[in-house]
Write a protein that binds this ligand. Structure first.
Ligand code: HEC
Ligand code: HEC
Length: 331
């Protein structure tokens, strides 16, 4: 142990020696700000993220359901898509989604790039086709110029569109929450109630599933371990992807980062408040019934996980011209 401390001090300088020697591994780690980003690609992706012309109605953008002014969600039980269709499942946040082991509640997209093609062509969401989305962009001169600048050639295709959106999404991390400041050694960053909530969160076993920098997103777990979860939703979870009966009702463990902002909760959106979500988690996943005070302390801890929200100038979208295909909201 002593040797290791010496080595670390030697290798990284004295400044790191103190935190490392007094280090007890916490199950939730600090969220790092993004480092490697292709800025031009992310800027293009930001425009596409906000552009409703990627939908058939010309009215629905990624931001309609993953509103970056509302924690990257729509705050609805289940999303509303093309022609006011109510979707089957709750929209997870896009914040910190780059930290997920896979995308969607059942993990059916392996990464953000693969995910981003889905909603454009989903009849219940943006209801477009990839071909029509590309042809719309090809008929917006500002995009033609920007795609050429970013990719170095003049072809626009769905691969480039999803590349750009995914690059923008990588920037949507939320560092610097009060909990992160506490992790980094600021002992005054949390109140005693929040700290006791965190202790209870750990000792109860919540961290068996909600761990890592995102406090989730790292595994698929059964909803209803101790007691079954009652729901009207038809979502099957991971078994829809693997075809294995043992994976029925396993969902990707959601991140608890910014959880205060991303209500309502669970894949069916049926838990309206954090109090309710914590109560259900305690009983169904761990067989624990919390007192009001215990529940309140866990909720207080969860609210310390709200980090710096993405902040940027709203992108100006290049205007359509006479040649750009028109929106078809009612078809
Ligand atoms: C009509 C609403 C709607 C629109 C529009 C929409 N999404 Fe989603 N999004 C959802 C819903 C609902 C889910 C969850 C679906 C599921 O898991 O089966 C989801 C899932 C995701 C996820 C996975 C997050 C996770 O933790 O698994 C990402 C990332 C995402 N969307 C990004 C986008 C992007 C990028 C766009 C624009 C190209 C977009 N969404 C457009 C509703 C929408
Ligand atoms: C066995 C794994 C497991 C344990 C233990 C567990 N969770 Fe969860 N948690 C999940 C899964 C899976 C979901 C998603 C369930 C769903 O939507 O059907 C979830 C969802 C949540 C949500 C809602 C997130 C959202 O965005 O909808 C909250 C809040 C939450 N858990 C808090 C807790 C707390 C607090 C504890 C401890 C009392 C806990 N969890 C214990 C696996 C677990």
């Amino acid at each position: 142990m002593k040797m290791k401390t010496c080595f670390i001090t030697f290798a990284f300088g004295a400044i790191f020696a103190l935190p490392l020697t007094g280090f007890t591994a916490e199950p939730i780690q600090v969220i790092e700000p993004v480092k490697q980003i292709n800025l031009a690609l992310a800027e293009l992706g930001k425009k596409l993220y906000f552009d409703p012309r990627l939908s058939q109605s010309g009215w629905i953008s990624c931001n309609s359901c993953h509103n970056l002014s509302m924690g990257g969600t729509d705050n609805l039980k289940t999303s509303i898509g093309h022609k006011w269709a109510q979707g089957p499942i709750n929209a997870p946040t896009v914040l910190n989604s780059s930290l997920n082991l896979a995308q969607f509640w059942d993990g059916r997209a392996k990464d953000l790039k693969e995910q981003a093609g889905g909603p454009i062509a989903n009849p219940g969401e943006m209801a477009f086709t990839h071909e029509l989305a590309v042809s719309t962009l090809e008929n917006i001169p500002g995009y033609v110029i920007e795609f050429r600048q970013v990719f170095g050639d003049k072809e626009i295709n769905i691969d480039k569109v999803t590349d750009a959106i995914a690059e923008f999404e990588k920037t949507l991390v939320t560092p610097n929450s009060r909990f992160d400041r506490w992790l980094l050694g600021d002992k005054n960053a949390l109140t005693s109630e929040e700290l006791s909530g965190y202790e209870l969160f750990k000792t109860s076993g919540c961290t068996a599933c909600h761990n890592g920098p995102a406090a989730g997103g790292a595994s698929f777990q059964k909803m209803g371990v101790v007691e079954p979860y009652q729901t009207k939703s038809g979502a099957e979870g991971l078994s829809a992807v693997t075809g294995k009966d043992a994976d029925r009702f396993k969902f990707k463990v959601p991140t608890l980062r910014n959880i205060e902002l991303s209500y309502p909760y669970f894949h069916d959106g049926e838990a309206a408040t954090l109090k309710e979500a914590v109560d259900i988690m305690g009983r169904l996943q761990l067989g624990k019934k919390y007192t009001d005070q215990e529940n309140a302390s866990i909720v207080a801890f969860l609210k310390t996980l709200t980090g710096d929200q993405p902040a940027f100038t709203l992108p100006m979208l290049p205007p359509s011209t006479d040649a750009t295909p028109r929106p078809k909201p009612f078809e």
